[in-house]
Design a protein around this ligand. Structure first.
Ligand code: TRP
Length: 341
């Protein structure tokens, strides 16, 4: 089994029906991990193989919503491109670009801001949560308004399907509102995009909390086999030697079973039964083997591509040129609809 699944999940096939263009993105704050892979990357590759056009924005401006400086930005951006390509995104068909490289996209921010109220922005639960966890003393205007920026990311290319995690749903709702209000007030320019949630169960970090780039509990897609083994050896489990799949009462053990099962396209209960009374050590060893085996081709591809930084920059340049052409066209339509010249 390779890491690029070509067989369409029935749910995806259904969601894809009638849609043309997908847009999604990842903040360039660190490498993507196994949670991203099973949560969204796999979906994107499958949708692309079903013939949908895939646009991926790397929202570099969004990094400075919750921190003062965007550290090692160029490196993080290139690593994201590597992760996408290694996971099977086809750069000949997909458009991968940074937010900051598309000026016309950012111009949509002004009319869009006029379409939402301060009260609506204040109510956004995801923004509230991010403000609570922010590294900054004061809430910046950018933090407060970034869902509008995100609406511009999505609407500039008239995307109609947006694969995201649950936390992004309020932003999608706002995007739909902006599209509707613009169309009502001026002219029918924008489609109302739909969110596509992954149906894969949520993968936890090695500490059995939310897997996150910034919590030190994630296994990066590009991690090598020894590092994977080391991280999984340190994973939180429990002393009960009998291994069972019970996410509510045994989150650590169950998460390793889930990871193992996802890598082998199996049911986690079945994996548990096979280990039986083998205890946590056997569970960790078999999970490490399953992860390393599944990701071996992806990681080999990643390592090979990593030697060609010029190629990565070239992909971004081409993506940016395509995104700029689309954004210029949309901005022309917006100007015409608003009666500016
Ligand atoms: N806000 C998203 C996140 O924090 C990243 C993002 C920016 C995005 N623009 C987007 C996601 C457009 C989907 C579509 O993960």
């Amino acid at each position: 089994m390779t890491a690029t699944a070509d067989t369409a999940h029935p749910l995806l096939a259904e969601s894809a029906a009638g849609h043309r263009r997908i847009l999604t993105g990842d903040r360039p704050t660190g490498p993507l991990h196994l949670g991203h892979y099973f949560g969204t990357l796999q979906n994107r590759v499958q949708l692309q193989s079903q013939g949908l056009e895939l646009m991926i924005v790397i929202p570099d401006y969004q990094v400075i919503t919750d921190r003062d400086r965007a550290d090692r930005l160029a490196e993080h951006v290139e690593n994201l491109v590597l992760d996408y390509l290694a996971a099977g995104v086809d750069p000949a068909r997909a458009t991968i670009f940074t937010h900051s490289s598309v000026p016309a996209l950012n111009q949509l921010m002004l009319p869009f801001l006029s379409l939402v109220s301060i009260a609506e922005l204040s109510r956004n639960p995801t923004v509230k949560d991010e403000i609570a966890h922010s590294r900054q003393a004061a809430v910046s205007g950018l933090m407060f308004t970034y869902p509008v920026h995100q609406a511009a990311d999505i609407l500039f290319c008239k995307a109609d399907l947006v694969p995201v995690g649950q936390d992004q749903l309020p932003h999608l709702e706002l995007t739909r509102t902006v599209a509707r209000r613009f169309n009502d007030r001026y002219a029918a320019v924008f489609p109302e995009p739909q969110a596509l949630l992954s149906d894969a169960p949520l993968l936890l970090g090695t500490d059995a909390g939310k897997m996150s780039k910034s919590r030190g509990n994630a296994i990066a897609l590009g991690a090598d086999e020894d590092e994977t083994a080391r991280l999984l050896r340190g994973a939180v489990t429990d002393p009960d030697r009998r291994i069972t799949y019970d996410p509510d009462n045994r989150p650590g053990v169950s998460n390793l079973l889930l990871l193992s099962a996802l890598c082998q396209s199996r049911d986690p209960h079945e994996v548990a039964e096979e280990i039986g009374d083998g205890g946590a050590a056997t569970l960790k060893r078999t999970t490490t083997e399953a992860v390393n085996e599944y990701f071996r081709p992806l990681r080999a591809r990643r390592a090979e591509l990593a030697t060609d930084r010029a190629l990565l920059r070239d992909i971004l340049r081409t993506g940016s040129a395509r995104a700029n052409a689309i954004a210029d066209r949309t901005l022309d339509e917006v100007r015409a609809a608003m009666g500016t010249c």
